[in-house]
Design a protein around this ligand. Structure first.
Ligand code: PHE
Length: 495
C-alpha cells in the first residue's frame, strides 16, 4: 500500500489531474488498490483533492463467461456439423445452447438447411471456416479493453444477455493545497521514548478511525452448561458455601448408597438403574470403624432406629459404579466433617456430572449434572431448609416456590421443590430436598443435635430453558453445533 501511495503522489507531481482508473492502468495495479491509496492520502489532510465519478462498464454474465471459454453458441453449432451434414433434431441435442446457436449460425450464413432430405430436415455447412467474432469481443470485454467494441456489438451482447452494464466509482484526483510528493510516514503510536526525548513535537500522528470495526480475537468459548454452572457457583459462593471436590466419577456402592442408608435391595441399586464398573469391579479401602457402624444400622438399627433388618453384605458395598448422584460426595464430606473435633458447622455445594442407566429421549441422557447444596449445624430445622432453598431460588429470580412431601431413602422429611412455569402455565418440579436421616449422620460420628439440610437439582433443565434448547442432544454430544456454543450470550440467571 505504501508503494501505491508513493506512486500516486509521484504521478500527480507531474500531472494536473488523473482518473483513478487510468492511473490503475498506468501503474498496472488493481483499481481497488489505487482507491485504497487515495483514501489513505485523503486522511492526511489537504494533500490531494479527489472527486468522485460514477462510471459505467461492461461485465460478462455467466453465459458470457462460458462463451469466452468454449466459443459462441453459433460457433459451437457450426463445429458440431460434420462434412456430410446432420439431421436437424440430432443437432439440437448437441448442447444446451444449440437452439439459439442454430438460428445465429443460419443468420450468419454459416450453415444451410436441406428441407427435402430423407427423414427430416438436414443441416449442412455452407462455408469452410469461420471466425468467432463474438468470442473475441467478449474476451476484450473481459479484459476491460473496450475500445475495439462498437456500440452495436455492445447492444447486441446485452440483448443476448452475454454482458451486463455495471456501475463503479472512480476518483479524479489533483494536487491539494498541502500537496507534497513525499508524505512523511504517520506515527500510529505515541511511545515513552517520543515523550522523554520530545520527538513527538515533530511527528505527525495518524488520526483515530472510530468507525473501524474491532477484530474478533480468536479465543475459546464456554459451553452454555458451563456458563450456567458459573452462575450457580456464584450464587453458592455469595451465600457462603464452599465447593466440594467432585473429581471422581467412579464411586463405591458404599459411598453412593450404603452410607446414605439406602438398603442393598433398593431398586435404584439394580443394574437397570445404575452403571456398575467391571474393571476394577470392587473398591477396597473403607474407613472400617465407620463401615461397621453402617453395617449395624442397616441390619440391626441403632440411634433409636430399628434399621432394615437384613444381612448387610460387604461384597455388595464394594461394587464400583459410576456415581448416580453427587450426594455420594456429600456423604464423604459429612463423614470428613464429623472427624473434626470439635464439630464445626459446614456449608458445602457441588456441581458435577452423574450417571444413570436411563431410557434416552429429548430431555434425558444417561449422564447429567447435579447441583447440590448442604448445610450441617446444630438444631437446623425444616424451616431452615425452606428458608435456605427460598433464598437460593430467589437469587435465581425464581419466586413463590412450592414444596411437596416426597420420599428419599436418606432424608426425612423430604420435599420436592416446584415453581410456576409461565410458559407451560403449570407448576414444574425444579428440585428435590430434605433433612438427612439420623441413621445416616450419627454413624458418621456427627454429634447428637447436628442436623444436615440438603437439596439438589439438575443443571441441564435450567440451561435448556435459559438457552431455549428443546432437545438435549443439541446441548450435549456429537450433534452439538459449535456455532451455537460460540454465539450464545453470557448467562444472567435473574434477567
Ligand atoms: N440426590 C438427590 C437426587 O438424586 C437430590 C437430593 C440431594 C435430595 C440432597 C435430597 C437431598 O435427586
Amino acid at each position: 500500500m505504501a508503494d501505491v501511495v508513493e506512486s500516486v503522489l509521484q504521478y500527480l507531481e507531474k500531472a494536473d489531474s488523473v482518473d483513478s482508473v487510468d492511473l490503475a492502468n498506468h501503474l498496472n495495479v488493481d483499481h481497488q488498490k489505487v482507491v485504497g491509496a487515495i483514501k489513505s492520502i485523503q486522511s492526511l489532510g489537504e494533500v490531494i483533492n479527489a472527486e468522485q465519478k460514477v462510471n459505467k462498464s461492461l461485465e460478462l454474465t455467466d453465459e458470457g463467461k462460458e462463451v469466452v471459454e468454449h466459443g459462441s453458441h453459433e460457433a459451437r453449432v457450426f463445429k458440431a456439423v460434420p462434412e456430410q451434414g446432420i439431421a436437424q433434431n440430432e443437432l439440437m441435442e448437441t448442447g444446451p445452447y444449440a437452439k439459439i446457436g442454430f438460428s445465429k449460425a443460419m443468420q450468419a450464413g454459416w450453415i444451410t438447411m436441406d428441407k427435402s432430405a430423407e427423414g427430416g430436415p438436414k443441416i449442412l455447412k455452407k462455408v469452410d471456416s469461420i471466425t468467432d467474432k463474438v468470442q473475441e469481443c467478449l474476451q476484450l470485454i473481459r479484459d476491460l479493453r473496450l475500445d475495439g467494441i462498437s456500440e452495436k456489438d455492445t447492444n447486441d451482447f446485452k440483448k443476448r444477455k452475454l454482458v451486463q452494464e455495471v456501475k463503479f466509482t472512480s476518483y479524479v484526483i489533483s494536487k491539494g493545497s498541502n500537496f507534497s510528493s513525499s508524505v512523511s510516514k504517520q506515527e500510529v503510536e505515541l511511545t515513552p521514548e517520543m515523550i522523554s526525548k520530545g520527538t513527538w513535537k515533530e511527528k505527525s500522528f495518524k488520526e483515530y478511525n472510530f468507525n473501524s470495526l474491532g477484530v474478533m480475537p480468536p479465543c475459546g468459548h464456554l459451553h452454555p452448561l458451563l456458563k450456567v454452572r458459573a452462575e450457580y457457583r456464584q450464587i453458592f459462593l455469595e451465600m457462603g458455601f464452599t465447593e466440594m471436590p467432585t473429581n471422581n466419577f467412579i464411586e463405591s456402592s458404599f459411598w453412593n448408597f450404603d452410607s446414605l442408608f439406602q438398603p442393598q435391595q433398593h431398586p435404584a441399586r439394580d443394574a437397570h438403574d445404575t452403571f456398575f464398573i467391571s474393571d476394577p469391579a470392587n473398591a477396597h479401602e473403607f474407613p472400617m470403624e465407620y463401615l461397621e457402624k453402617v453395617r449395624q444400622v442397616h441390619s440391626k438399627g441403632g440411634y433409636g432406629s430399628q434399621g432394615y433388618g437384613y444381612d448387610w453384605s460387604l461384597d455388595e458395598a464394594k461394587k464400583n459404579l459410576l456415581r448416580t448422584h453427587t450426594t455420594a460426595v456429600t456423604a464423604r464430606m459429612l463423614y470428613k466433617a464429623a472427624q473434626q473435633k470439635p464439630f464445626k458447622p459446614v456449608k458445602y455445594f457441588s456441581i458435577d456430572r452423574v450417571f444413570r442407566n436411563e431410557n434416552l429421549d429429548d430431555t434425558h441422557l444417561a449422564e447429567f449434572h447435579q447441583i447440590e447444596g448442604v448445610v450441617a449445624d446444630y438444631g437446623l430445622t425444616l424451616g431452615d431448609l425452606i428458608g435456605t432453598i427460598n433464598a437460593f431460588f430467589m437469587k435465581l429470580g425464581i419466586k413463590n416456590i412450592k414444596f411437596k412431601p416426597a420420599y428419599n431413602p436418606y432424608t426425612e422429611p423430604s420435599m420436592e421443590v416446584f415453581s410456576y412455569h409461565e410458559g407451560l402455565k403449570k407448576l414444574v418440579e425444579i428440585g428435590n430436598s430434605g433433612i438427612f436421616r439420623p441413621e445416616m449422620l450419627l454413624p458418621m460420628g456427627l454429634p447428637e443435635g447436628v442436623t444436615a439440610i440438603a437439596w439438589g437439582l439438575s443443571l441441564e433443565r435450567p440451561t435448556m430453558i435459559k438457552y431455549k434448547v428443546s432437545n438435549i442432544r443439541d446441548l450435549i454430544g456429537p450433534k452439538v453445533d459449535l456455532q451455537m456454543v460460540y454465539d450464545n450470550p453470557v448467562c444472567r440467571l435473574d434477567k
